[in-house]
Design a protein around this ligand. Structure first.
Ligand code: NAD
Length: 260
């Protein structure tokens, strides 16, 4: 079923580690051309690129440094991608993160702006600049192009203490996808969300082992997910063969971690 991913041009944002890197690896293994991204070129980015090259062909992978909290860098990233691959078939908006914790009474404008820039502006602007290329892909190949964004269980249940703006930014993302479905389905572009529960990545670096055990106890599977367990859902939504009639959906990949 995933054979139509061969040669597809896929941009995965926030992808030198964690879920994004696992997604990029799977797409390379399926024969796609993949660009990964993080804020800056460093050792972590170089290691990620080497791992991808080992799974595929060097000419089919590259790294784009861009801090996606800034609209101008979202634009430059999309331009770099198009310069290299000549078009875009799949956009995966994965960059995001907690951006810190703050209780409501201590919150200031800088905190709010940072969390919303990281999780909302980054997706809005990257998608905006990608739309013409995704539209062109759908028209050229007669198959749907696909935008997939990484949501969160927090977007449904409100998030942990101090993470209210993060949770709200993911709910914003869940919602705006449905608006884009109304505007761009006629152009052959689909929009879906993969919504993780709790995944064992650097995202949880601020938590004690005791707290991690407590969270694991709230998951039916009794453990966090591995990033590799998330990746196939992105491939499913990227593949026209698998999901060409599916749009505007949120797929929870959370091991039975229930929202109240
Ligand atoms: P991670 O910290 O392991 O990876 C985040 C990636 O994004 C890294 O490559 C990092 O360099 C990049 N990044 C961070 N800020 C960036 C910026 N300003 N511009 C460009 N790139 C940037 O985290 P992860 O857990 O793999 O998170 C990936 C996505 O999954 C995020 O959107 C996160 O909100 C979401 N998510 C994670 C969990 C979880 O439990 N880990 C749960 C729900 C949702």
């Amino acid at each position: 079923m995933f054979s139509d991913l061969v040669g597809k041009r896929v941009l995965v944002t926030g992808s030198t580690a964690g879920i994004g890197l696992a997604v990029a690896k799977l797409f390379v293994q399926y024969g796609a051309k993949v660009a990964i991204n993080s804020r800056s070129q460093n050792e972590v980015a170089e290691t990620a690129i080497n791992e991808l090259v080992a799974l595929g062909k060097a000419e089919d992978v590259f790294f784009i440094p861009a801090d996606l909290t800034k609209s101008a860098e979202c634009k430059k990233m999309v331009e770099s991608f198009i310069d290299r691959f000549g078009g875009m078939d799949v956009l995966i908006n994965n960059a995001g993160g907690l951006g810190g914790r703050s209780s409501l009474e201590l919150m200031d404008d800088d905190f709010y702006d940072h969390v919303m820039d990281l999780n909302a502006r980054s997706v809005l602007m990257t998608t905006k600049y990608s739309i013409p290329h995704l539209r062109a892909s759908a028209a050229e190949f007669g198959k749907t192009a696909s935008v997939i964004s990484t949501g969160s269980i927090a977007g449904r249940e409100g998030g942990g203490l101090g993470a209210g703006v993060y949770a709200a930014s993911k709910a914003w993302l869940h919602n705006i996808h449905r608006n884009w479905v109304k505007e761009y389905t006629k152009d052959g572009i689909r929009f879906n969300i993969v919504s993780p529960g709790t995944v064992d990545t650097l995202f949880h670096a601020d938590k004690s082992d005791e707290l991690k055990d407590k969270i694991a106890g709230s998951i039916a599977f009794g453990r966090f997910a591995e990033s590799e367990e998330l990746a196939p859902s992105f491939a499913f939504f990227a593949s026209h063969n698998c999901s060409g009639y599916i749009t505007g959906q949120i797929l929870d990949v959370n091991g039975g971690q229930m929202c109240p």
